[in-house]
Design a protein around this ligand. Structure first.
Ligand code: GLU
Length: 314
């Protein structure tokens, strides 16, 4: 008997780092993720990205969930927490290690800073300092008391993909990225590894996030291929910037959610304003995410933005 054709359900995600309250930029990226998933009958997963134990605060974990709820940005599964996932991350590292792809890196932050020139303003390229260390050289560094980080050896290969907003994007891993960290010297698993392992485990098929993470995506796709994990679709949406080239940060208090609600009066007014200034909606009229859904077409997402890189906050 022929199998019925089966399109896998769309699963989007919110992946906040609980290091502060949400601001207009985070809200905008989450709104886009929600609209892309829901407009295709999909669901949304909430994953709290608390890998950085120093900077993640329990108070913000609660606050970020309340912020989503208040805005009508609902999730169907989760919250999942990265702090629960060490075993899964370690299993992925073990797989990579078994293939001889990992090596210890003893470089300090200062070494890295001195050795690498940022490429096209995107990210520093690791020059490979510790890639070819001999066992004797490694032992000497260990004996000197240095705790290593762990890097993944990348091939001289280009990773290309199609982004729903930014179009075609390609990165030569060796030249534009270099061997990258999969575990930090303090023992924390690196973001690139955790995000890939989690997206796969949580069935995420649609990644919608700020364009600041566009240049991380080839690393993530490379890891997915090495680990035999499915490749989600990607949409990198513009950043909301305080002024050209300076993105909003958690320090811009006027863009923090409480301030926004105080300024605009209601959560719907905040959502409607963001949708209007970014081009997601034709006007800045108050609207809930549910109301925006009616006029939303994911195929038209890239055409919605006058500038795919930044939107000036106002
Ligand atoms: N946790 C990251 C952030 O809050 C997002 C990571 C991702 O979307 O892949 O910036």
């Amino acid at each position: 008997m022929a199998e019925a054709s089966h399109t896998p359900p769309v699963v989007g995600r919110f992946a906040p780092s609980p290091t502060g309250r949400m601001h207009a930029g985070n809200v905008f990226a989450a709104l886009c993720a929600w609209l892309v998933a829901k407009s295709q009958g999909g669901e949304v997963v909430l994953r709290v990205e608390d890998l950085d134990r120093e900077r993640s605060k329990p108070g913000f974990v609660d606050a970020v969930q309340r912020d989503f709820e208040r805005l009508g940005l609902t999730w169907d599964r989760g919250p999942y927490f990265q702090h629960d996932r060490d075993e899964a991350y370690q299993a992925a590292l073990d797989q990579l290690d078994a293939r001889g792809l990992l090596y210890p890196c003893y470089c300090t932050r200062a070494d890295l800073h001195a050795a690498s020139a940022p490429h096209r303003g995107e990210k520093p390229v690791y020059p490979g300092t510790c890639r070819g260390l001999s066992p004797v050289e490694r032992a000497a560094r260990r004996d000197a008391g240095r705790t290593p980080a762990t890097r993944l050896r990348v091939p001289d290969e280009t990773v290309a993909f199609h982004d729903l907003v930014q179009g075609d994007y390609a990165q030569d891993l060796a030249r534009e990225c270099g061997d990258f960290l999969v575990r930090r010297s303090d023992g924390a698993f690196a973001y690139q590894l955790a995000v890939v392992v989690d997206d796969a485990a949580q069935g995420v098929t649609s990644v919608v996030r700020g364009v600041d993470l566009l240049c991380s995506t080839p690393q993530q796709i490379h890891l997915q291929r090495l680990l035999g994990l499915p490749e989600p679709s990607y949409a990198h949406v513009p950043l909301v910037v305080a002024e050209a080239g300076r993105r909003l940060s958690k320090r811009d208090r006027d863009a923090a959610l409480d301030e926004l609600i105080a300024r605009f009066g209601t959560p719907e007014a905040v959502v409607g304003h963001l949708a209007g200034i970014t081009g997601l909606a034709p006007t800045c009229e108050p609207a809930s995410p549910e109301q925006l859904l009616a006029g939303f077409d994911p195929a038209a997402l890239s055409a919605a933005f006058a500038d795919p890189i930044q939107v000036l906050w106002r």
